[in-house]
Design a binder for this molecule. Structure first.
Ligand code: AOF
Ligand code: ZN
Length: 343
């Protein structure tokens, strides 16, 4: 296998940690000597060993003079685990291929510098595009100190999200529901506004997905409208965090009483709490606010083959042009799933 194939193998290994490393990135590592793989590893969970450490454990003494392929710049800081660069230097590896630099301000080029200082050959940029795509959410989170936000909406053929204000309209079918539950499991938090809780009384849990993972439920309730009887305050299936300007006290929810209840401030607090990805399942108003304030990185639209008509409500109050790029299209049951990223 050539260098690129080795790095591809490391990228595939990284995926072993999918949906379980947050707020850490997915990282894979392969160690070779004389064209033979002598070690490999992945980062599997925040707080646990980094990919390089797992790979070095397998390689042992053989790592001396070996070539290392790692999908992210090895860390140079002491976080929950020790610095990987020091472990690589100690193992006396000869050459390190790095797919992409780590934008974490604690690392950001320092890893490369330390390795070079120790006389190790370093090559950066092999399969960089794939490596960046793999950790899109992490890169956004670590550089912006904001969670990567995915906005989900179910719409009709004529782009409407509900037939009547303050009423829920069932739009898409059962298979979309399964897809949504799987998406919930892939995020750290689900976010809704108080209107959605008051009108739909949703559980916002993952009941139909293939994994058992339950994200945190975040409710923005500025005016303190959410009733204590709400399902998500009583079912104890997943943690519920409530952001409000009015002091409220729910035994079953973590309440953040804020003077500044702006979306940006709430997202900043979520990021500081280690929430890397947020799935917004809000109704008209909240979804529109996220879009108008450019706080969305990805949008998932489920389109149902029905028309709701001129009286129905559309998903944006004001025009937004040139902001999105289509990145995927898929048929799910009777409906269509469109994926878009923010430009
Ligand atoms: C690596 N290899 O496999 C990973 C890295 O708290 P810690 O010690 O786990 O550090 C987390 C940070 O380390 C994370 O934000 C990112 O910058 C880097 N992740 N680095 O060398 C790995 N997962
Ligand atoms: Zn590390």
């Amino acid at each position: 296998m050539n260098d690129e194939q080795m790095m591809q193998f490391a990228l595939n290994l990284a995926k072993a940690g999918s949906n379980q490393t947050s707020p850490n990135p997915l990282v894979g590592c392969v160690i070779t000597k004389n064209q033979e793989i002598i070690g490999f590893g992945a980062h599997l969970k925040a707080g646990e060993a980094h990919a390089e450490i797992n790979a070095l454990k397998i390689a042992g003494e053989k790592a001396r003079g070996a070539t290392v392929y790692v999908t992210l710049e090895p860390c140079s800081h002491i976080g929950q685990t020790g610095p990987c660069v020091e472990a690589l230097i100690q193992a006396q590896v000869g050459h390190v291929f790095i797919a992409t630099l780590d934008p974490n301000p604690l690392v950001a080029g320092q890893g490369v510098r330390r390795l070079k200082e120790a006389g190790i050959t370093v090559s950066v940029g092999l399969c960089e595009h794939e490596a960046r795509a793999l950790n899109e959410a992490f890169f956004y989170y670590i550089s912006q100190r904001l969670p990567y936000v995915t906005l989900k909406q179910a719409i009709s053929l004529d782009g409407k999200i509900t037939a009547e204000k303050e009423k829920q309209t069932a739009i898409t079918g059962r298979q979309v529901q399964e897809d949504v539950h799987n998406a919930r499991a892939m995020h750290d938090a689900i976010l809704v506004g108080s209107n959605t809780v008051c009108i739909d009384d949703p559980s916002l849990t993952n009941r139909l997905g293939s994994s058992k993972k339950q994200p945190i439920r975040v409710v923005i309730d500025r005016a303190g409208n959410v009733p204590s009887s709400a399902k998500l305050l009583n079912d104890n299936v997943a943690p519920t965090w409530l952001f409000t300007a009015k002091p409220r006290d729910f035994a079953s929810a973590r309440t953040f009483v804020l003077e500044d209840c702006s979306l940006h401030n709430i997202l900043r607090i979520l990021a500081d709490e280690g929430i890397m990805t947020v799935y917004v399942e809000a109704g008209c108003q909240m979804a529109d606010a996220f879009l108008q304030q450019r706080l969305v990185q990805k949008m998932i639209l489920y389109i149902a083959p029905k028309l709701l008509g001129a009286e129905a409500l559309s998903m944006a109050t004001k025009a937004i042009q040139g902001a999105f790029t289509f990145t995927g299209v898929e048929k799910i049951g009777e409906d269509i799933k469109l994926t878009l990223t923010m430009k």
